[in-house]
Design a protein around this ligand. Structure first.
Ligand code: ATP
Ligand code: MG
Length: 246
């Protein structure tokens, strides 16, 4: 149980404010002068280890750095400093729409998503029917995904993500738009992954789901770890503070 799946050491992510494409000299100098001040620190010296078989929740207010953390783990974003080690094949559902081409059909997107995740075409051919069956969106599989409801979209995206048979699943507010039947089905699938020593990082504002599902939870606050521990304790403390601030 205690083998690390994800290990993060002293990770900091800073974003510069949008750089003006055609700056005047005055603005360039002004920009240099204000750079430090304007920088956004999305993650501030974060260190943590998530072990195999663990469901790890991440909570915190809008802009706290949760999605940035998932992007760093998914290696779609390089931290400004610090190290990230990930042991296993990762499937990432960062947000609705990511990676899918809206003009293309669900069918074409299944192939695109599979290929992007490193499957060969023959493997996708083989898995195609079960992916579609799992997503359970009927004839819509042949329609452009831009015509999908957000729930249909997340069904298909989740189904493709699981077809890759990941060891590590990164979810950013993905189940929030699924209906009850899909929520239950995906939770069962996720439990199966955990039983096979897989790892799930679950970012959500649905605190009830976090308490139900996650073994441990981390509260991120302005890019820093406020608390890591048993999900119910962390969620209670977070809720108490939010209530106080109102
Ligand atoms: N590409 C970017 N360029 C500049 N700033 C960014 C970029 N991505 C994120 N940020 C900033 O980093 C901070 C953390 O953003 P992040 O998306 O990680 O928050 P979050 O915890 O996921 O919030 P939410 O609950 O709203 O999804 C925010 O201040 C955000 O504006
Ligand atoms: Mg986010």
């Amino acid at each position: 149980m205690s083998d690390p799946a994800i290990s993060i050491q002293n990770v900091t992510v800073r974003f510069r404010p949008l750089v003006d494409k055609n700056p005047t000299l005055r603005r360039s100098i002004g920009h240099l002068r204000h750079r430090e001040k304007d920088e956004i620190v999305a993650l501030d010296d974060v260190s943590l280890t998530i072990v195999k078989g663990e469901a790890f929740g991440v909570i915190g207010s809008n802009g706290a750095g949760k999605s940035t953390l998932l992007k760093v783990i998914a290696k779609t974003l390089k931290p400004t400093s610090g190290t990230v080690n990930v042991y296993g094949k990762t499937s990432t559902l960062l947000s609705l729409g990511l990676g899918m081409k809206p003009e293309l059909s669900g069918r074409r997107n299944v192939y695109l998503g599979g290929l992007a995740a490193g499957l060969r075409k023959a493997e996708i051919d083989e898995k195609f029917d079960s992916i579609v069956e799992y997503a359970d969106i009927g004839a819509a599989i042949n329609r452009p995904v831009k015509t999908y409801s957000s729930g249909m979209f997340s069904r298909l995206a989740f189904s493709v993500a699981m077809a890759i048979e990941p060891n590590i699943l990164l979810l950013d507010e993905v189940l929030a738009v699924g209906d009850e039947s899909f929520r239950q089905k995906s939770l069962d699938t996720m439990k199966g992954l955990l039983e096979n020593a897989g790892t799930i990082v679950f970012v959500s504002h649905a605190l009830v789901n976090v308490v139900d599902f996650c073994d441990r939870t981390m509260w991120l606050d302005q890019g820093r770890i406020r608390m890591i521990g048993p999900s119910d304790e962390v969620v209670e403390t977070y809720k108490a503070e939010v209530t106080l601030q109102k």
